[in-house]
Design a protein around this ligand. Structure first.
Ligand code: TYM
Length: 334
């Protein structure tokens, strides 16, 4: 049995990047034989960035509904809120005490925040909370508490998985072989989905296309994707084209080849955008209907999450923490 685990931070509305980078490959993995899946809502991670309770709650509901609408089956997948697995922050502390501080200094998200402060002439750590610094340790605990083998993520998360391996190795070295070393699972042709402005699609850049935007908004957003100023009839580059890359993430191999030829033949940007809209809309519309239906029944989503957390803790979390407490020399609480 291979254990596959992934999470999405509940700090906003799910977007197409989350869908192609995490949700779609994770749902596909959950349907393969011999796979046991753990998919969760990273609501403790959300507190690093979002300090508005209603927003965290709203986002939790939206992301849970997105997973379910995209086909997650809570009867066969462990589906839960991170914050309800109380073993996770406890394990995060154990890992904090073996993690090299120098490694955390090099984490991309923390470094980017420091670099921004430097650019703006501020102190290195101005306005940065310690949660951002410890982010990779908490994420390692998410993965290691269930000893996951594979973690389907977008390319931006690879460094975090490498850190999880490092912390796991250090812990094993000190206390015995408790953890397997997790591996990132990257979908090659969609490793990083660009956003409206061509940079990585990200909540922090405000360049996202919400996964379940109503059709008219979806169309408007797709038409606002940046392109160069080449006219109809002029050949267009696929290299570096956000439009092309997004198309590729949604189309078959053949459709992608056809679009590549159309670019070379000078397709008008408007026409390419229409084709992209139709492609995404065809894939998302059936899911959107399920999403809207689920969002109208928040109490059902709550019940699924509460049940999922209770069962997975009983099945794995409690026993794992018992062994780890013993391994480091703490009293057994059971
Ligand atoms: P988050 O919430 O930023 O993103 C959730 C998932 O979506 C992927 N993703 C993308 N993939 C392709 N193109 C994009 N533009 C794009 N934007 C986001 C991310 O790679 C991620 O897979 N730290 C994680 C959440 C987390 C987690 C974990 C993941 C917490 N604990 C344990 C795996 C295992 C995060 O903030 O992802």
């Amino acid at each position: 049995q291979t254990r596959v685990l992934t999470g999405i931070t509940t700090s906003g509305t799910p977007h197409l990047g989350n869908y192609v980078g995490a949700i779609r490959p994770a749902i596909a993995a959950s349907r393969t034989p011999q796979v046991e899946s753990y998919y969760f809502l990273a609501d403790l991670h959300a507190l690093i960035k979002v300090q508005e309770p209603e927003r965290v709650q709203r986002s939790t509901l939206e992301i849970a509904a997105a997973w379910l609408a995209c086909g997650l089956d809570p009867a066969t997948v462990w589906f839960y809120r991170q914050s309800e697995i109380v073993e996770i922050p406890e394990l995060a502390w154990f890992l904090t005490c073996v993690a090299g501080k120098g490694i955390l200094n090099r984490a991309h998200a923390y470094k980017a925040a420091v670099d921004k402060n430097r650019e703006e002439g501020e102190d290195d750590d101005a306005g940065i909370n310690a949660g951002l610094f410890m982010y990779p340790v908490l994420m390692s605990a998410d993965i290691l508490v269930f000893n996951a083998h594979k973690v389907p993520v977008g390319r931006d998360q690879i460094q975090h998985i490498e850190m999880a391996r490092d912390f796991a190795q250090r812990f094993n070295h000190l206390y015995g072989e408790h953890f397997v070393l997790p591996e990132a699972l990257i979908e090659e042709n969609v490793a990083t989905l660009p956003g409206l402005d061509g940079r990585k699609m990200s909540k922090s850049y405000d360049n996202t296309i919400p996964l379940f935007a109503p059709r008219d908004q979806l169309k408007r957003l797709i038409y606002s994707i940046v392109t160069d100023s080449r006219l109809p009839g002029e050949p267009k580059d696929t290299e570096g084209s956000a439009l092309f890359q997004i198309y590729q993430a949604f189309a078959s191999e053949e459709e992608t080849q056809a679009m590549r030829r159309a670019f070379a033949d000078g397709i008008a940007w408007g026409e390419a955008k229409q084709a992209l809209f139709e492609r995404i809309d065809a894939e998302i519309t059936p899911l959107r209907e399920k999403y809207e239906d689920l969002m109208a029944r928040p109490q059902d989503i709550e019940a699924i999450l509460i049940d999922g957390a209770r069962r997975v803790r009983e099945r794995y979390g409690v026993g794992m923490m018992k062994r780890l407490r013993e391994a480091v020399g703490l009293r057994d609480l059971s």
